[in-house]
Design a protein. Sequence first.
Length: 66
Amino acid sequence: MTKAYSYACRDCEGMETCPASMTAETKEELWQLTGLHAQIAHGENPADWDAETRAYLETLIKEVDV
Ligand SMILES: [Zn+2]
């Protein structure tokens, strides 16, 4: 088994209806995927996320076994 990091968009406040979730081997990759998803699906610019937003999103990242 390998460790991976997973993020489900619906866990985020206000995104309960979003079906997207992503899993990556590293947190770095997961952040990129999450940022890309936020851009494509929600019209957000990840560059605008402040420290508070990032800290909140960080709490939603789960470590999973794959
Ligand atoms: Zn989403």
